[in-house]
Write a new protein. Structure first.
Length: 412
C-alpha cells in the first residue's frame, strides 16, 4: 500500500506539472508569434514601399490599411478601432493599421486546455481510487488469510460477497480452509482413537503379563511336581498367546487406512484426463528440457472419478520428474479385455528387484530418491484411490528406467 501511495502522489505531481506547464506555455509562448506577426508584415511592407514595388495588401493578412500621413492631427488619429504602427519611410511617415489577435482567443485556449487536463486528471484519479478501494485494500486484508491458515486459525472470516474481483480466490481459500479444518478434525480423532487403543491395550496387556511373572516365579522358587509344572507352563503359554493377540491388534490398528479418500465414481472420456495432463506438463517439461510424448490412443469412456484419475496421473508424472534423470517421460496406452491401460514411463535409475514389492507401501521410499524430499505416500494414495474406483496400479522395472501402469475399467 505504501508503494501505491507513492505512485498516487507521483501521478498527482505529474498532473499538476502538466497543468502548470500548459498554462505557462499558453501565457508566454502560445500567442507570441501571432501577436508579433503584424510587425513582421509591417516591416516587409515598409521595404516594398521604400523600393516602390508595393501594389496591394493581399499578401499581408494582419495589415488592414496603409496611409501616408500629411502631418494633420486628424489624419494621424483616424483608423477606426484598429491598432496601428507609425513608420518613417524615405523621410515620410506612414501609418500601418493592423488586426490585433482577438481578445477571446487566449481565454478560449486556456479554457480548452484546462478542461481537457481536468477531465484526464479526474479520470486518472478516479481509476487509481477505484483500484485502491476495490482491489488493493481488499487484497491487503485478504493477504492475511494464508498467514492465518498457516498458523492454524481455521475460523478466519471470509467476506466473499464484498470483493467481487476475488470471488474465485475466496472460494478456493474457503475450500482450503474447510479441507484443513476437516483434516485437522480427522487427525485429532485419529490421534484420540490411537491413544485410547494404546492405553486400553497397554492396560489389557498388564494382566496376562503379571500372570506370566507369577507363574515364572512359582516355577523358579517352588519345587513342583511334573504335572504341576506342565500346568503352569500351559498357563504361561495361554497368557503369552493373549499378549500376542493384543500385539496383533496394535499392528492391525496401525495398518488401518488413515486417509479419508472420497471418490465420486462415474463415467468420463479418457481424453478429458489426458488433455489436462498434457496441457499442464507440456510447458513445464519443455522448460526442463525433458522429452515428453503422449502416445496415440482411441478415446473411450472409462469408469471412475475424473478429478481423482487426474490426481493419480499427476502423482505419477511428478514422481517421473523427481526421480527420473530428466531425459525422457512418455505416456502410452494399451487395452486388455474391458480395461484401458495408461503407462507413465521415465528414463533414469530404477529400483532394485528387492525394492519393487514395497513400492506401494505407505511411508516407504526407495533408494533412488537421492536428495529429493517426499513423504512416501504418493503411490500408496494412488493405489487407494484406484482401488475405490475398481481400478489397479502396477509398477515395472525397465532397462532404462521405471514404468507405472494405471488400469481403468470400461463400463461395457
Amino acid at each position: 500500500m505504501r508503494t501505491f501511495n507513492r505512485i498516487f502522489a507521483a501521478v498527482m505531481g505529474i498532473i499538476l506539472l502538466v497543468f502548470a506547464g500548459s498554462n505557462f506555455y499558453i501565457a508566454v509562448y502560445a500567442y507570441t508569434d501571432g501577436e508579433r506577426q503584424y510587425r513582421v508584415e509591417a516591416k516587409r511592407l515598409a521595404e516594398e514601399i521604400r523600393d516602390g514595388v508595393f501594389t496591394d495588401l493581399s499578401g499581408y493578412p494582419s495589415i488592414v490599411r496603409v496611409e501616408k500621413l500629411d502631418g494633420e492631427a486628424k489624419a494621424f488619429w483616424e483608423g477606426g478601432r484598429e491598432d496601428y504602427l507609425i513608420k518613417e519611410i524615405g523621410g515620410e511617415y506612414y501609418r500601418f493599421d493592423y488586426k490585433a489577435e482577438p481578445k477571446g482567443g487566449r481565454s478560449r485556449l486556456f479554457v480548452l486546455v484546462n478542461t481537457v487536463t481536468a477531465v484526464l486528471a479526474a479520470a486518472v484519479l478516479l481509476l487509481l481510487l477505484f483500484i485502491k478501494r476495490n482491489i488493493l485494500l481488499p487484497f491487503t486484508r485478504l493477504s492475511e488469510l494464508p498467514y492465518e491458515l498457516a498458523k492454524g486459525n481455521l475460523t478466519v472470516p471470509l467476506e466473499e460477497s464484498r470483493y467481487r474481483f476475488f470471488g474465485r480466490f475466496l472460494w478456493g481459500m474457503d475450500l482450503l480452509r474447510e479441507s484443513l479444518e476437516k483434516h485437522k478434525e480427522e487427525e485429532l480423532r485419529f490421534l484420540k482413537e490411537r491413544k485410547t487403543i494404546c492405553l486400553s491395550l497397554s492396560h489389557d496387556i498388564k494382566t496376562p503379563l503379571q500372570a506370566i511373572k507369577l507363574y515364572a516365579k512359582a516355577l523358579s522358587k517352588f519345587n513342583q511336581s511334573p504335572e504341576k509344572n506342565c500346568e503352569i507352563a500351559a498357563k504361561i503359554n495361554e497368557k503369552a498367546d493373549e499378549i500376542d493377540g493384543y500385539i496383533r491388534e496394535i499392528t492391525r490398528t496401525q495398518k488401518e487406512d488413515f486417509f479419508d479418500l472420497t471418490v465420486e465414481n462415474g463415467e468420463f472420456y479418457l481424453s478429458e484426463a489426458i488433455r489436462k495432463i498434457e496441457t499442464y506438463y507440456a510447458d513445464k517439461l519443455d522448460f526442463l528440457k525433458t522429452e515428453f510424448a503422449v502416445g496415440a490412443y482411441t478415446d473411450c469412456i472409462v469408469k471412475g472419478d475424473l478429478e481423482r484419475v487426474v490426481e493419480v496421473l499427476q502423482n505419477l508424472m511428478e514422481n517421473a520428474i523427481k526421480y527420473g534423470d530428466g531425459r525422457r517421460i512418455h505416456i502410452t496406452f494399451s487395452d486388455e479385455e474391458d480395461c484401458r491401460m495408461i503407462t507413465v514411463a521415465n528414463s533414469g535409475d530404477a529400483l532394485s528387484e528387492n525394492e519393487m514389492p514395497y513400492i506401494f507401501d505407505s511411508f516407504w521410499r526407495g533408494s533412488n530418491v537421492r536428495n529429493q524430499s517426499g513423504s512416501g505416500l504418493g503411490l500408496y494414495i494412488c493405489r487407494c484411490l484406484l482401488s475405490k474406483m475398481d481400478g489397479e496400479i502396477f509398477a515395472a522395472k525397465r532397462e532404462d528406467g521405471m514404468a507405472v501402469t494405471v488400469l481403468l475399467r470400461k463400463p461395457f
